[in-house]
Design a protein around this ligand. Structure first.
Ligand SMILES: [Zn+2]
Length: 148
């Protein structure tokens, strides 16, 4: 399974090192999010066997939206739904990929960073640090994502 993501940066010739760093960080996070989307899509393409009857006669039947919270920010995925042409079983293979995630949407890396930040600093400082790291979404006390 090979995934390719390219980054094109348009950096001003007058940009300071700080501005360059910020632009590169932003583009890098976007590249990581794109790489995650491409990785999940490549993984889905390898799931070519019905879990119910074992047939390889499958058809893509739409997508299901899923938002993941990752260390490098939130990613919205369009997960493929398959339908077996032999037994008519329908399923979304990527659901098994996310079954081990906290609330099936928070990566272990982000969860660990949130635990460390929460144990080390006050809530406001911890959420600010996580927002800086992830480039966007952090978790509120209710567990709902908050856009910063
Ligand atoms: Zn089947």
């Amino acid at each position: 399974m090979q995934v390719q993501v390219s980054l094109i940066l348009d950096i001003s010739a007058r940009a300071s090192v700080t501005e360059m760093e910020q632009q590169i960080m932003h583009a890098g996070r976007e590249g990581m999010r794109q790489a995650m989307k491409e990785s999940v899509r490549a993984w889905e393409k390898q799931q070519r066997c019905c879990p119910h009857c074992g047939s390889q006669e499958l058809r893509v039947e739409g997508t299901v939206s899923r938002r993941l919270q990752l260390l490098f920010g939130p990613v919205r995925l369009a997960l493929r739904r398959y339908r077996c042409q032999q037994c008519l079983y329908r399923w979304c293979p990527a659901r098994s990929l996310f079954s081990g995630l906290h609330q099936q949407r928070i990566s272990p890396g982000l969860r660990q960073a949130a635990i460390l930040a929460g144990a080390s600093w006050l809530y406001r400082q911890a959420t600010h640090l996580l927002a800086e790291l992830s480039g966007g979404a952090v978790l509120q006390k209710s567990g709902e994502p908050k856009k910063v």
